[in-house]
Design a protein around this ligand. Structure first.
Ligand SMILES: [Zn+2]
Ligand SMILES: [Zn+2]
Length: 252
């Protein structure tokens, strides 16, 4: 059994066919899901989606792309959302210097404030990092009590080691399966007790579905690739990654 630790189920294509999405996932052994918010409105939608399903959990946070649009009360909103039982992490938060949709200064400020919430509430974080390794490491280091996951990991081994040293988990998505990716070399070095799998649906569909809309059932392709890299069975990878997710997010 696998957990898709990062999906955005409130996107139209997924939300409108949620039953189908979940049953196709179940067929592939993907039975639990973390629906990740990228702004306050999305985070509320995640909460609505979890209401009718015990196997869906959610997170509340502001993505770096959305950092430029935050309203004055967003931190209060995150606190309020975190009171719900299905809310298991703060995020996604972080830095994205590849697209720089929000000014880096604003991204950092919004990232730090959310790290503060996680520290205050003693909750794990889900962070996004694209082309911002040094600054992400700098911010994480300011909150030594906080742990969480480097979602959709795409950096080098040195950065992975920095995250691991600070207590973070590393999550791989469909880009692990892409041809000529450097990520298998990195994944090989990540201890099995610190690795997670995700789809980041509807983005980043793994091979052989690259370029198509993604959905949680495809967590299985990521897990199979990871099993292959480590030379162990899919069952073993599932046991490790699911156990890690349960531990990090304190799932029931
Ligand atoms: Zn992300
Ligand atoms: Zn995401």
């Amino acid at each position: 059994m696998l957990i898709d630790t990062h999906c955005h189920l409130y996107y139209e294509d997924l939300k409108n066919d949620l039953e189908g999405v979940l049953s196709r996932a179940n067929e592939q052994g993907v039975i639990r899901f973390i629906c990740v918010g990228t702004n306050i409105a999305d985070s509320k939608e995640c909460l609505t989606i979890t209401e009718n399903n015990d196997n869906i959990f959610s997170s509340a946070g502001v993505h770096p792309h959305d950092a430029k649009n935050v309203s004055d009360g967003y931190i209060d909103n995150i606190y309020a959302l975190m009171e719900y039982e299905s809310m298991i992490a703060v995020g996604e938060m972080g830095l994205d210097y590849f697209r720089n949709i929000s000014d880096p200064k604003v991204q950092k400020k919004v990232f730090r404030r959310q790290m503060g919430v996680a520290q205050d509430l003693n909750r794990p974080v889900i962070f996004h990092n694209r082309d911002a390794d040094a600054d992400v490491i700098e911010v994480l280091a300011e909150y030594p009590e906080v742990i969480g996951v480097a979602h959709c990991f795409s950096s080098n081994l040195e950065t992975a080691k920095s995250f691991l040293e600070m207590g973070y988990y590393i999550s791989f998505s469909g880009n692990l399966t892409f041809k000529n990716s450097h990520l298998p070399e990195v994944a090989k070095e990540i201890p099995l007790n610190r690795v997670l799998v995700e789809t980041d649906s509807p983005y980043l569909s793994p091979a052989p579905h690259r370029g198509k809309p993604n959905e949680p059932s495809r967590t299985r392709f990521v897990a199979e690739k990871l099993a292959d890299i480590h030379g162990i069975s899919l069952e073993e990878i599932a046991k490790h990654t699911t156990g890690n997710a349960v531990e990090l997010f304190r799932l029931p």
